[in-house]
Design a binder for this molecule. Sequence first.
Ligand code: PMP
Length: 424
Amino acid sequence: SRADITYFGAGPAALPTDVLEAASKALLDFNGTGLGIAEHSHRSELAANIINEAKADLATYLEFSPEQYEVIFMQAGGTGEFAASVYNLVGAWVSRQHAALKKELGDDEEAILAALRKKVETELKVDYIVTGGWSLKAYQEAQRLLGPEYVNLVADARTINDGKFGKIPDESSWKLSKDAAYVYFCDNETVDGVEFPAFPSILTPDADGNGPIVVADMSSNILSRRIPVNNYSLIFFGAQKNLGSTGVTVAILKKSFLPPHTVQPSAPLLRKLGLPIPPIILQYEIVAKNNSLYNTLSIFDVYIAGQVLKKLLKTYPDKVDGQQAVAEKKASLIYGALEAYPDVYRIVPDKAVRSKMNICFRITKNGDTDATEKSFLKAATVLGLTGLKGHRSVGGIRASNYNSIPLEGAEKLAKFIDDFAKSS
Ligand code: PMP
């Protein structure tokens, strides 16, 4: 039964049982309305309340200002956001350049267009820091949409680790562009178990708040640690790890990238500049203007996310700091168990960049990694420790230590790691 299992899958992840119990009732009859939450109109007042409460609770929990940041619910998945970030932030770059040229050249639209074309050709750059499989995919998507000539590889972690992910190159080696349209990184690489230990100091804004435009994918570590939201222009994440059920994706966007401050360039202008035209559903300004209801949003998924946030706020009076302390404790229990047997367990990433969410390791006994890992997975399943198989692209073992894993679950896994190493 559900109570016998601790599920360490990487996403979708386990959700809190009490949230699912409430959701199962809400699916049949939401708050005594006689109609289920997945049946009510997304235009109803109750849907608007669910959206607005989830937005407010996210801001409260992560401690960012709703005056400065907009929360947008979308359905594109993390993968859709790889594209959305390109479209919207390149669009914002074009918009800024256009405004500056208008100041300089007045109303001469032809001269502005010629100068803008030149600027695109010579100055437009988007920067990617590649530290694992997901930032690599985002980098490739930017290359596909814009053309590789516009995409700058700031650092590729594989170059310092025999062609494999597992380290983060020293910031002194990063090749940042001058005035990039944005700098992109993935805060926690789910497949490779690599997490940025802190916000990169080279990207930190100065005392006046001026600095690079930073975008981060936080699909697999959002809500697990304090983040300096003010250092980012855009943070996005799929819900299906720490927030809720698969089907909703969240973007936290600095309001200065939305109207009236920034207005996305028109499709004809982008066409003239040879830049890609975003599908309307990936335009943040359109989705934000409609409070995430430009088209039919899954209110059920937003409801689940909202319930998870309410539970977190209730459980941790000190909000994300409380959850962070628990996440660190669980991760150190599991890493500690692994470190005790260096002849049996090899932790994949470098110690300095180990993920607290996705704990990736290899197991070898009698010189046979494959057979040992198979028997580890089998014995773990018997004990109710499931979902431990590593991503198909890298193999090995991965224990995803998301927020819904209770401390007892981590203790159980740590004990099993210890017992397995000792067994013959
Ligand atoms: N980014 C990260 C860090 C992820 O872990 C994942 C999915 N596991 C994605 C992006 C892609 O998300 P989706 O499957 O929702 O497109």
